[in-house]
Design a protein around this ligand. Structure first.
Ligand code: C5P
Length: 205
């Protein structure tokens, strides 16, 4: 069983994907981490994230980069969204995601284009969304707990910019697959969102 979980930043897609993987005993891949690793590597190389050649060179990042404490920073998220525009980068990361998705027994992948590009044959596709306000509030609390002093306004502005870039790019834009189940988590608690997703998978099995 392949489960695709797509949606914008801080929509709750990662939490839901992780919970689905644990519930159904499936391996889970957070594909945003791949793009974050490329963005981080461009920065470490002193390259330009808007240059396709620099971004492609950074796709050869070492596996040890996944342990980099800056991978989940807002700044790295911004770099990830810039390198992910380049078709050569998306192609370079395709096989890794495809191999993970098609492993025997199935998998859960979360990202932006899992149900549309990486695994269009997925058995269940979710598009997890929430208002910018709800997402900014969540990200703000998360960042504050990690000791960051970003303001709510800065975070909301970053989210808007990232949403716009992710939704308007020419290749693999952030759009729900035609057959995706949409869950709006704006007014849902964590447990409510998770149990709605589990129920939806059980029904469609
Ligand atoms: O999900 P996360 O915020 O970690 O993703 C960081 C960035 O990576 C996104 O803003 C998006 O531009 C890019 N991304 C993508 N395709 C994916 C996953 C992430 O383009 N499947």
């Amino acid at each position: 069983m392949i489960i695709a979980v797509d949606g914008p930043t801080a929509s709750g897609k990662g939490t839901i994907a992780k919970a689905l993987a644990a519930h159904f005993g499936l391996p889970h891949l957070d594909t945003g981490l791949l793009y974050r690793a490329v963005g981080r590597q461009v920065f470490l190389d002193g390259g330009d994230p808007d240059d396709a050649g620099d971004a492609l060179a950074a796709c050869a990042f070492p596996a040890g980069l996944f342990a980099d404490p800056h991978l989940r920073d807002e700044a790295t998220g911004g770099l990830a969204s810039r390198v992910s525009i380049h078709p050569v980068v998306r192609t370079a990361l395709f096989d890794r995601q495809r191999i993970f998705a098609t492993q025997p027994g199935g998998a859960v992948l979360d990202g932006r284009d899992i149900g549309t590009v990486i695994a269009p044959e997925a058995d269940v596709k979710f598009f997890i969304t929430a208002s910018v306000e709800a997402r900014a509030e969540r990200r703000f609390r998360e960042m504050r707990d990690r000791g960051s002093d970003s303001t709510l306004e800065e975070i909301a502005e970053n989210l808007r910019r990232r949403d716009e870039r992710d939704s308007q790019r020419a290749v693999a834009p952030l759009v729900p697959a035609a057959d995706a189940l949409v869950i709006d988590t704006s007014a849902l608690g964590r447990e409510e969102a998770i149990s709605a997703a589990i129920k939806a998978v059980e029904i469609s099995r």
